[in-house]
Design a protein around this ligand. Structure first.
Ligand code: KG4
Ligand code: ZN
Length: 330
């Protein structure tokens, strides 16, 4: 099964061709995130305009050397995301589906991230899988029995983990997107220098809350202006990772699973990866095979489209509303 994936939920325009949900034949991304550095965040109308400029060249490049008649379907992010950006991708997918006589599969963005650990593998991972999905838009813990069947064990009650990185970076005066910049600053710091509180410490749920950490950082910077910035960044990064890992460990004690997967933009964070690996003991940790599959990309959307088709058949093709409340997992 060969699927063209299209992802345009935010400020990246991406297209990819994936075979059998695992082999990546092409993976193209045009990012406009640098254009938003000065604004300190994405401007939705500007992001949609840039999507329009990029969508056809990006699809052309992803389809280079591939005959459209050999595609089985087109998969596209149906939401959640910025409405204008999503419309560009879904309109392109529907138009190409009409022209090439191919079915179009609408994919929930998070199901894309959950599928990203299957890319670039020769053997698929074994379910049940516990997946921690951490991005700029969501933070969720899923216990999955298959690609489309699963239970949401916990989620953030306020900011997403990526947002905690981005907002923390902004407080530290670092450029957008803040996650990678904060991680770099933290890499030479002492993570034990400052003690951030562990959020929801006595809460029995598997939920997260990151907004208090951001506030603690704000007051720390206000009250200790001479604090070494590398130490502040390292301690803050450690606090985010500790909160994430503590919930996964707790879930693992309560549920049987073969592997733990870490996906989403924040899964690029090396300190989080190391802490999670340490906490899992004998349980295998799987992260996306390539850092490009952690952050938003179209290969994960093509993979998710393949799995939806395999598990749901024709039902995967039901009409979808762009940007409307979208159901998880299928
Ligand atoms: O999955 P993604 O590309 O987009 C969303 O679906 O939101 O994730 C983007 C998020 C941003 O918040 C970015 O700061 C964060 O992932 N991120 C990182 C790192 N690389 C990207 N956060 C911490 N450390 C990193 N190395
Ligand atoms: Zn994402």
């Amino acid at each position: 099964m060969r699927i063209l994936g299209i992802e345009t939920s935010c400020d990246e325009t991406a297209a990819a061709v994936v075979e059998h949900g695992m082999h990546v034949a092409s993976n193209v991304i045009a990012s406009s995130s640098e254009a938003f550095t000065r604004a300190g965040g994405v401007i939705p109308e500007e992001a949609a305009r840039r999507q329009l400029q990029c969508i056809l060249p990006v699809i052309d490049q992803a389809m280079e050397g591939i005959d459209p008649s050999t595609l089985d379907a087109i998969a596209v992010t149906k939401g959640p995301g910025l409405l204008g950006s999503l419309l560009v991708g879904t309109t392109a997918a529907r138009t190409l589906g009409f022209l090439w006589h191919k079915p179009v599969i609408g994919v929930h963005h998070t199901l894309g991230h959950l599928s990203s650990t299957f890319l670039g593998r020769s053997e698929p991972p074994c379910f049940p899988v516990l997946t921690l999905s951490v991005s700029g838009g969501h933070t969720e813990l899923w216990l999955r029995e298959s690609h489309t069947k699963g239970q949401l064990l916990g989620a953030t009650r306020d900011d997403a983990a990526g947002e905690a990185f981005d907002k923390g970076a902004q407080l530290l005066g670092l450029p957008y997107p803040g996650g990678p910049a904060l991680a770099e600053l933290a890499s030479t710091g002492d993570r034990t220098a400052f003690d951030f509180p562990l959020p929801l410490k006595d809460d029995p749920s598997l939920d997260w809350s990151f907004s208090g950490l951001k506030t603690s950082l704000k007051y720390l910077l206000r009250d200790t202006p001479d604090a070494k910035r590398t130490d502040v960044a390292a301690s803050y990064e450690h606090a985010i990772a500790r909160h994430l890992v503590e919930r996964v460990r707790k879930a693992l004690d309560a549920h049987d699973c073969h592997e733990v997967h870490l996906v989403g933009g924040v899964s690029r964070n090396l300190h989080l990866r190391a802490m999670l690996k340490d906490a899992l003991g004998d349980t295998a940790l799987r992260i996306p095979a390539d850092p490009a599959y952690c952050t938003d990309n179209a290969a994960m959307i093509a993979a998710a489209g393949t799995f939806l088709w395999q598990e749901l058949g024709e039902k995967a093709l039901t009409p979808f509303e762009t940007g409307a409340t979208v159901k998880m997992l299928a």
